[in-house]
Design a protein around this ligand. Structure first.
Ligand SMILES: NC(=O)c1ccc[n+]([C@@H]2O[C@H](COP(=O)([O-])OP(=O)(O)OC[C@H]3O[C@@H](n4cnc5c(N)ncnc54)[C@H](OP(=O)(O)O)[C@@H]3O)[C@@H](O)[C@H]2O)c1
Length: 323
C-alpha cells in the first residue's frame, strides 16, 4: 500500500524500546472512504505518553515501531474520504487516540483517523490548547466521579489532585455538591481551592493520619490516581459504610471489600464521543476550567515529554504543533 510522505509530516517518534523520543518524518496511509486527515494544532502530554516513551507500557500495549507518541489532540480537518458525513474539511475537532496497538500519535503535524474514532467538533469558545488538554483526563475524571457518585455534602478525597485527571475530578465532584478534600503541596493550595476543594492535605506519609484526625467519622468517596493495590488498601480504611472508591491504576479488587459495606470501580479511558462533547460544552460554558501549566513549541517536544515525567505541574502540559 502506498503511503503519504511529505517534508511537513513529522512527529515525536521512538523506533525501538532503546530509542530516545526524537522528531522524525512520519507516514500517513492513503485516504479511504471513511478516512479523515487532521492537521494538528495542539496536543497535551499525559502520564500515558511518557510511559509509552520509556517503554513502561510494553507489558500492556503492542508497540508497532516506529511509534509516534501522543494521545490527546486538537486540530482542523484537512481531507475526508467520500463516505465521511460527520465532519468536513475546515472543521476544528479534538479527540483522543485509543486502542491497544501503539503506532499513530498525536505529537505530530498530521494525524490519520477513521470517521468512527473518538473525535468531535471543537466549540468555538475553546482554543486548540484548551481543547487538547480535555480528552483523556476529562473522560477519566468524569468516570471517577460517576463511580463515587457523590451526593450533596459527601466527603470525597482526591489523591493526585493537582495533576491532569485530579484537576478535573476536583471540579466535577465539587460541581455535584461534594466537599472535596484534595491532596497537594502547600503551594498547590490556592490552585486547588479555586477548583472547588474545601480542604488540602499533604501528599505524603502523614496523609492517612491527618485524614483520620480531621474526618474521624470517615469519608464517602475516594478518587485515587496514584496508588497501586497494596497502598490503596490502606486508604480504604478512611471510608465509612457505603463508601466508594475509583482507581485509575486498576487497584480496586472486590476481595478487599469482603465483609465491608464498600464498593469500587477501576476506571478506564475507553472512547465515548458523547462524553467528549458534553465535557467540551462544560468547558466552553465556563463550568469546567482547563488549566494549562505550560505551553511548549513543536521543536521542544522531546524535552517537553521528559519534563512531564519529572516535573510537578498543575493541570496539563500542552504542545503547539504548528511548526
Ligand atoms: N486507566 C486509564 O485509562 C488511565 C487514564 C488516564 C490516566 N491514567 C493514570 O492515572 C494517573 C494520573 O494521571 P494524570 O494524567 O493525572 O497524571 P499527573 O498529571 O502526573 O498527576 C498525578 C498527580 O499525582 C500526584 N502524586 C504523585 N505521587 C503522589 C502521592 N504519593 N500522593 C499524592 N499525590 C501524588 C502528582 O504530584 P507530583 O507532580 O508532585 O508528583 C500529580 O499531581 C497516571 O498514572 C495515569 O497513567 C490511567
Amino acid at each position: 500500500m502506498s503511503v503519504i510522505t511529505t517534508s511537513d509530516l513529522r512527529g515525536l517518534v521512538i523506533e525501538s524500546f532503546e530509542d530516545e523520543p526524537h522528531l522524525a518524518a512520519i507516514e500517513l496511509p492513503p485516504l479511504t472512504s471513511t478516512g479523515v486527515r487532521i492537521g494538528l494544532r495542539a496536543a497535551s502530554i499525559n502520564a500515558f505518553d511518557w510511559k509509552v516513551a520509556t517503554g513502561a507500557l510494553s507489558h500492556a500495549f503492542e508497540y508497532d515501531f516506529p511509534v509516534t507518541i501522543g494521545r490527546d489532540y486538537a486540530g482542523v480537518v484537512l481531507a475526508v474520504g467520500e463516505g465521511v458525513s460527520r465532519v468536513a474539511v475546515g472543521h476544528p475537532v479534538f479527540g483522543y487516540l485509543g486502542g491497544q496497538t501503539l503506532h499513530r500519535g498525536a505529537f505530530a503535524t498530521e494525524l490519520y483517523c477513521d470517521e468512527e474514532e473518538c473525535f468531535v467538533a471543537m466549540p468555538a469558545e475553546l482554543s486548540f490548547e484548551q481543547a487538547a488538554c480535555l480528552p483523556l483526563c476529562g473522560v477519566v475524571a468524569w468516570r471517577c466521579v460517576e463511580a463515587v457518585t457523590p451526593t450533596e455534602g459527601a466527603l470525597v478525597l482526591v489523591v493526585g489532585a493537582p495533576g491532569g485527571v485530579g484537576t478535573y475530578a476536583v471540579q466535577l465532584a465539587a460541581a455535584r455538591g461534594a466537599q472535596v478534600i484534595a491532596t497537594g503541596r502547600d503551594d498547590d493550595a490556592d490552585y486547588l481551592y479555586k477548583l472547588g476543594a474545601v480542604d488540602v492535605v499533604p501528599p505524603d506519609d502523614s496523609l492517612i493520619g491527618i485524614m483520620r484526625d480531621r474526618y474521624p467519622a470517615g469519608i464517602d468517596g475516594l478518587i485515587d490516581v496514584v496508588h497501586f493495590r497494596p497502598q490503596l488498601v490502606e486508604y480504604l480504611d478512611l471510608l465509612r459504610d457505603g463508601g466508594r472508591v475509583a482507581s485509575t491504576h486498576r487497584s480496586v479488587d472486590d476481595a478487599d471489600f469482603k465483609g465491608r459495606d464498600l464498593s469500587g470501580v477501576n476506571v478506564h479511558s475507553g472512547p465515548d464521543r458523547d462524553l467528549l462533547t458534553m465535557l467540551a460544552r462544560e468547558a466552553a460554558d465556563g463550568r469546567l476550567v482547563t488549566p494549562i501549566d505550560t505551553v511548549f513549541e513543536f521543536a521542544e517536544l522531546p524535552s517537553a515529554v521528559a519534563a512531564a515525567q519529572q516535573r510537578h505541574s498543575r493541570g496539563r502540559l500542552v504542545v503547539r504543533l504548528q511548526r
